[in-house]
Design a protein around this ligand. Structure first.
Ligand code: SAM
Length: 123
C-alpha cells in the first residue's frame, strides 16, 4: 500500500522502519510522523535507522547533484534511470521532526554510515 495514504487503525507497542524516512519528500515528513505517532500506544516506541551521507557508500553510477540537493539519479541494471528523493538528516534535524510529531526522541549516528533514532510516546 501507499504509506502516505495509509491510515493507522491500531496502536502498536513498537513501530520500526529502516531506510524509508530518507525517501520521504520533506513536505510530507511531519504528516507522516504524526500518523506514526497516532499508531503507537502511550508508552510505546518508534525505532528507525537510515543512511548518513558518506561518499564511500554511494555507488559510482549514483550521482549526487549537489550536497544540499535531495534529488539523486538512480540507475537500474537494465539501464533505466530514475530521480529519487534521498534526504540525509542531521541528528538534530531528525530529532526536531520526531519531537514535533509528539515523541520523546534520541537520535544518534554511527561512525560512518548510519543514523538511528528511538522515540517514546509519553502521553
Ligand atoms: C530503500 S527501500 C528500504 C526497504 C526496507 N525497509 C529495508 O530496510 O530493507 C525503500 C522502500 O520503500 C518503498 N516505498 C517507496 N515509496 C513508498 C510508498 N509511498 N508507500 C510504501 N512503500 C514505499 C519502496 O518500494 C522500497 O521498498
Amino acid at each position: 500500500m501507499n504509506l502516505f495514504a495509509w491510515q493507522p487503525n491500531a496502536e502498536y507497542d513498537l513501530v520500526f522502519f529502516s531506510f524509508w524516512l530518507s525517501h520521504v519528500p520533506p513536505e510530507l515528513i511531519d504528516a507522516f510522523l504524526k500518523k506514526v505517532y497516532n499508531s503507537v500506544r502511550v508508552g510505546g516506541k518508534i525505532f528507525t535507522i537510515d543512511s548518513r551521507y558518506e561518499p564511500t557508500s554511494t555507488a559510482n553510477n549514483h550521482t549526487l547533484k549537489d550536497d544540499k540537493n535531495i534529488y539523486i539519479n538512480r540507475k537500474l541494471n537494465n539501464g533505466q534511470e530514475y530521480e529519487i528523493v534521498k534526504v540525509f538528516y542531521q541528528p538534530e534535524q531528525l530529532q526536531a521532526h520526531l519531537i514535533k510529531a509528539g515523541f520523546q526522541a534520541d537520535v544518534k549516528v554511527t561512525d560512518n554510515y548510519f543514523i538511528y533514532a528511538n522515540g517514546t510516546k509519553l502521553i
